[in-house]
Design a protein around this ligand. Sequence first.
Ligand SMILES: [Zn+2]
Length: 185
Amino acid sequence: MDRSDLIKNIQDFLDLLGFHGEHFKDTPRRIADYWEDRFKLLAENETKLQTGIFLSQDDLVVLANIEINGICSHHLQPFWGKAYVSYISTGKMLGLSKLARIVKKHAAMPTVQEKITFSVAADVKALAETPHVAVITEALHSCVWLRGVHSKSPAIVSTMLGYFREREHVRREFMELIAPYRTKT
Ligand SMILES: [Zn+2]
């Protein structure tokens, strides 16, 4: 990414919309910084995913309340909420921070919530080498809240794989474990 090109293009964007004045003076630089930070977030979480896989029994592991701070690829507007990730180990265990990093990695670049949800499930499935993975995300989208239908409704997306899809008692155990942490909006 060429930073000066980026700044110039953001300046053109502001000029085209007729946004100018004191408080727009540094906006192109600030937006460039913002995106540089996002790329750092992606790189950092990708690197730290390379290590920290342990052996374990067939436990059900849950990490609740993982922060999602995403940007929608349709409007480049923020969305934010929580992810709840679970898997049943078949011998490999991921460090708990890995689950959070997987979410952060997939939310770093502009994307859609549905894609975060199934990409996190796919990564956990691959890294922990287990077919049994559950991911629920819930998020408020500023593009839904502040434009269009102006609705402050959370979007909830769920991916259930393996036992979480096939066995009702496994799915129920997961839902009961995360229930106290689900956000009430
Ligand atoms: Zn959007």
